[in-house]
Ligand binder design. Structure first.
Ligand code: PRX
Length: 637
């Protein structure tokens, strides 16, 4: 059984132990798992290289720790309750034993296709059990899965397939999301145009919509697995062998393939899941994240399943057919822990409490949030109306790169404060660092959020670009991992995340690089250049504000150009990256050396031009005035 802290005193005690002797602490957590070979050293690391290893030389397979380790006690217990998008359709339930059989069968099919340990497999699927089966089948045979969120466009998918080097893509004919049907297979077809690298596409029939068939390349899921055995010996993996790649946005254009390890990631996702949610044997846990994001990897698949949890997986969206959908699911499955995003809470809050009133939410014990700061209004609403004043809210701060939760309360144990992620998880040593790289000691300090010591779940590299890994995370502040977030440690030593300090914005909990969106806009033939900034948005947290230099508009006029810019961004990245506001401007505020002064644009988008800071290097004051005059939000001057 994975260790669980039960009291606040227990937390402080464990935390102290984890800091004074991290190796002993993590070895103790790791002992709970099934290893084919024990480690020779708990950790071997150097942030300057950077090299990070945990459980050195140990051998394991994460799926043996999910299945074989738990089969005797939990084999016939549900692993996944799958709730379809449309409440009129039947749900599906898979026990651990049934899930293993399907994972093994798919794993054998992959092997027969020639997929081996170390090969990458791109997965572009809707939120159906086969997505989890595909992920776990890869892990079973040591193939590296690369799940691409099924809301990304063909271009974005193509970039990720190319970068990962996959020669196989797993997909479905389509996916349901609310009232929409997403044509996944035709998006894959478009992504693969001119890309010879992919020789096999496996298609699960889900929506039954017509699809084009490329017989030399395409095979149905059904045919792919027919006749394959339901027994498959797990591949023995080194603790440091990559388990998966997941792409995320950074401050430069190209998304980066974050690489996670087999052994360290296993220990960290399982330990954090159990402790932060205070998961008890038999509890039903519901995570609304899509498996296309890290939250889905760590807290819908690996963390919960390693704890033999009962997991609710939902195909649809929170407000379809009506804004009571989430509450209906909680009632139906008697959910105990509910993990979601502040943006979902804000959108449901806007519909009032009417959809909550007839639902029985008495099973709920814990509500967790992730992805962005939870504002006080949303915190109080969810606390009072959903949690009925009795459920602790765990505001969990972490990132794609951290693999698991880093700063978060232990549910019901750590006293919470609205909008604070509270205290570090045992083993995590946060540091608040000023612009010059000095660590600020004591409380009541504000600065850059860094981590001083490695932890087992941290990313090991960027796929194919270790130098970029070094430059992004270990170079800004020597001797530390740099998160890219600003933070305040208050008078009680509690951490409050202040948001990104780099050119990354957080829209509905989705992380987007401003450069990536700008590149997409700049591809428009009428656009000279553009700058993207975030602005406060009541539901999304941050909205996307585009300042676009476009001296001539075509026959459709300004509106026509704006619409075609939107379409271009949707095509290049996906609908999630479409600007909310597009302002056509005569020029961008630049320094004499030609650098865009985003700081000024950010202020304008936030509606406050009273203090634009130091503008002495600004090339053309006139441009700024004109931008303010024509701004699409009210601006205080
Ligand atoms: O800015 C922080 C914000 O989301 C970023 C990480 O995004 P991503 O890698 O997509 O992972 C999201 C899911 C783990 C962080 O750098 N963020 C995440 N959680 C919180 C948060 N901001 C404030 N409070 C949080 N609880």
């Amino acid at each position: 059984m994975i260790n669980k802290i039960n009291t606040l005193g227990g937390y402080f005690h464990e935390y102290q132990k984890s800091i004074s002797n991290p190796e002993q602490f993590w070895a103790q957590q790791a002992e709970e798992f099934f290893w084919r070979n024990h480690w020779t050293q708990v950790t071997d690391w150097d942030f300057s290289t950077p090299k990070i290893q945990w459980f050195v030389d140990a051998k394991l397979n994460i799926t043996e720790n999910i299945f074989e380790r738990n089969l005797y006690t939990h084999g016939d217990q549900p692993a996944i309750y799958w709730e379809p998008n449309d409440p009129q359709r039947p749900e599906r339930v898979l026990t651990y034993r049934q899930l293993l059989a399907q994972v093994n069968q798919f794993a054998n099919a992959l092997k027969d296709e020639g997929i081996r340990k170390g090969d990458t497999v791109t997965i572009y699927m809707p939120m159906i059990p086969e997505l989890a089966i595909a992920v776990l089948a890869c892990a079973r045979i040591g193939a590296i899965h690369s799940v691409v969120f099924a809301g990304f466009s063909a271009n974005a998918l193509q970039d990720r397939i190319k970068n990962s080097g996959s020669r196989i893509v797993l997909t479905a004919d389509g996916g349901f999301r609310g009232h929409k049907t997403i044509p996944l297979k035709s998006i894959v077809d478009e992504a693969l145009q001119g890309l010879d690298q992919v020789t096999t596409v496996v298609i699960f029939e889900h929506t039954q919509q017509p699809i084009d068939c490329h017989p030399e390349r395409d095979i149905s899921w059904h045919d792919f697995i027919t006749g394959k055995s339901k027994d498959c010996t797990a591949e023995v993996m080194d603790s440091e062998d990559p388990l998966f790649i997941i792409y995320t946005s950074g401050s430069t254009g190209q998304p980066k393939g974050i690489v996670h390890s087999s052994g360290g990631y296993m220990v960290y996702s399982a330990y954090t899941f159990k402790n932060i949610f205070q998961y008890c044997n038999g509890d039903v846990y519901f995570c609304t994240a899509d498996i296309g994001w890290i939250t889905g990897h760590s807290y819908l698949i690996y963390g919960p399943l390693l704890n033999a949890a009962k997991v609710v997986m939902f195909e649809g969206v929170p407000n379809w057919p009506d804004p009571g959908r989430m509450w209906e699911i909680i009632e139906k499955y008697q959910v105990n822990q509910f993990y979601t995003a502040p943006t979902a809470i804000r959108s449901l809050l806007a519909s009032g409490t009417e959809f909550l009133e007839d639902k029985d939410l008495s099973s709920l014990k814990v509500i967790g949030t992730v992805g962005e700061p939870i504002n006080e209004d949303a915190w109080h609403w969810v606390h009072d109306h959903v949690g009925q004043n009795r459920c602790p809210i765990v505001d969990t701060w972490w990132q794609t790169e951290t693999g698991g939760m880093m700063i978060a309360p232990l549910a019901g144990i750590t006293p919470t404060k609205p909008s604070f992620a509270t205290l570090p998880v045992p083993g995590i040593q946060p540091a608040v660092v000023d612009a010059e790289g000095n660590e600020l000691s004591g409380n009541s300090v504000t600065g850059n959020l860094c981590i001083r010591y490695p932890w087992p779940g941290m990313a090991r590299s960027i796929w194919g670009d270790h130098q970029r890994y070094k430059k992004t995370y270990f170079t800004p502040f020597a001797g530390y991992y740099f998160s890219g977030d600003g933070v305040r440690r208050d008078e009680d030593g509690y951490y409050r995340i202040l948001g990104r300090v780099d050119d990354v914005i957080n829209v509905s909990g989705h992380r987007l690089g401003t450069a990536e969106i700008e590149n997409a806009i700049n591809e428009h033939p009428l656009v000279n250049e553009s700058a993207i900034v975030g602005y406060p948005h009541p539901i999304k947290g941050q909205g996307i504000y585009a300042f676009v230099v476009c001296p001539q508009t075509s026959t459709g006029g300004e509106e026509g150009v704006k619409q075609s810019i939107q379409r271009g961004v949707s095509k290049r990245i996906g609908a999630i990256a479409k600007p909310d506001l597009i302002q056509i401007v005569p020029g961008l505020p630049k320094t004499r050396s030609g650098k865009i002064m985003r700081r000024i644009l950010r202020k304008i988008a936030e509606g406050d031009a009273t203090d634009l800071g130091d503008t002495s290097t600004l090339l053309d004051e006139q441009v700024v005035q004109q931008i303010i005059d024509e701004a699409l939000v009210p601006v205080k001057r």
